[in-house]
Design a protein. Structure first.
Length: 83
């Protein structure tokens, strides 16, 4: 699942009091490279909840062979937010 997609998902299960954000429990991680769609990312950035994105990255980072930032910034830089 792409993390940008995860950022917008919520549970609609009846009786759920807080269905957002969804928790990620990794059983099997597969990394597939995909092209960077810059224009799509620019359109999505204003809709992204950065705290949720940061939490998702932290939840999956131990299952990835790729280096992840030791410490993620507390918020997006202003130039990224204004892109």
């Amino acid at each position: 699942m792409r993390l940008l997609t995860h950022n917008m998902l919520q549970s609609n299960v009846r009786g759920t009091t807080n269905g957002y954000p969804l928790n990620i429990e990794v059983e099997n991680a597969i990394i597939e490279e995909s092209p960077v769609e810059t224009e799509l990312i620019k359109r999505l950035l204003p809709k992204i909840d950065y705290k949720v994105l940061k939490r998702a990255i932290q939840q999956i980072s131990s299952h990835l062979p790729l280096p992840v930032l030791e410490e993620l910034p507390e918020r997006l830089s202003e130039e990224v937010e204004n892109a």
